[in-house]
Structure formats: structure tokens, C-alpha cells
Design a protein around this ligand. Structure first.
Ligand code: RB5
Length: 168
């Protein structure tokens, strides 16, 4: 078996609105305790802060698009609004996934850099497990999924800088 160099540890940004605050905090602790993660940024909200989910999601997604972080983990009540908002940022592929298979495919099929969870949908232990699994996946751009992700990218409006692609 050939072994390549160890993959670079992840730089991850977390964010939530008030409806996702507790789960975001829990998952930030999970990420900070994981040896595969080099850096965890938090774009809020902080306790008792009110900020609507589109603003948090776009702030985090812009960090991904700029290459300042590799991935974003976003939490709102359902995980839906943050995904819709994050996908407004060019080059960002954000998904809502609350099961193991979808989390796997979001990376290995879609090269999604943003995982969105709903605090009102998923329990904390399953969420922690999914995040651990999520950190283990990296798209192989030479796989049959590579050209499909390229096709998504080709639909981006012209003139907008591309977000970094896997491998990061
Ligand atoms: C609360 O504003 C709730 O609507 C929000 O957290 C999210 O679930 C929206 O998609």
C-alpha cells in the first residue's frame, strides 16, 4: 500500500444564529479537541446575541471562498436557512445533512465545504458523530465525482474568483 503525505489539518469556521447556538458551541468544542483540526474560528453568535442566520452564514462562507478556512460548520434551527444563505457565496457548496451517508456523499460526491445542521432536528450525540465522520472525508478529484463538481463550478458567474478546490 502506498501512503502519501499526511493530509493538512483542517481550518474550520463555525457559526450559528440563536436557534443553533448551543449545538454550535458543543461542536466547536468537539472540533477543538480533534487532532485533525488545526484551527477553529467562530463567527458567532455569542451567548445572548441576536443575529439572523443569513448574515452569519454568509460571513462564514466568505471565509471559505477566500481560502482563509477550509470548511464551515453552520447551525440554525433546521440547518436549512444557513445552507441557502451560504450557497449565495460564489464557489461555496453548502449542504444540510443529518445522516451519515449524506454527510459522506456531501464531500465524496459534491465536495461540499460547508455542513449545515439543525439544532431543532438532530440530537447532540449524533451531531458530534457526524462531525467526526465529516472530518475524515476528502474528495478525490480524480474520482468520477471530480468532473461533476467541475461542472457545478462552471456554472458560477464569470469573473468571480473561485474558492479553493479539493485537495485543500
Ligand atoms: C429561527 O430564525 C429559524 O428560522 C432559523 O434558525 C432557521 O431554522 C432557518 O432556516
Amino acid at each position: 500500500m502506498t501512503r502519501g503525505p499526511a493530509p493538512r489539518p483542517w481550518r474550520v469556521v463555525v457559526g450559528s444564529d440563536e436557534a443553533g447556538f448551543e449545538l454550535k458551541e458543543l461542536l466547536a468544542v468537539e472540533l477543538r479537541g480533534d487532532a485533525r483540526v488545526a484551527e477553529v474560528r467562530d463567527v458567532g453568535v455569542v451567548a445572548s446575541q441576536s443575529r439572523d442566520y443569513p448574515h452569519v452564514a454568509v460571513e462564514a462562507a466568505r471565509l471559505v471562498a477566500a481560502g482563509e478556512v477550509d470548511r464551515a460548520l453552520l447551525v440554525c434551527g433546521t440547518g436549512l436557512g444557513v445552507a441557502i444563505a451560504a450557497n449565495k457565496v460564489s464557489g461555496v457548496r453548502a449542504v444540510t445533512a443529518h445522516d451519515s451517508y449524506s454527510v459522506e456523499r456531501s464531500v465524496l460526491s459534491n465536495d461540499a465545504q460547508v455542513l449545515c445542521l439543525g439544532q431543532r432536528v438532530i440530537g447532540p450525540e449524533l451531531a458530534r458523530r457526524l462531525v467526526r465522520e465529516w472530518l475524515g472525508y476528502r474528495l478525490d478529484p480524480t474520482s468520477p465525482s471530480g468532473p461533476k463538481v467541475e461542472a457545478i463550478c462552471a456554472y458560477e458567474p464569470p469573473g468571480v474568483p473561485e474558492a479553493p478546490r479539493a485537495p485543500h
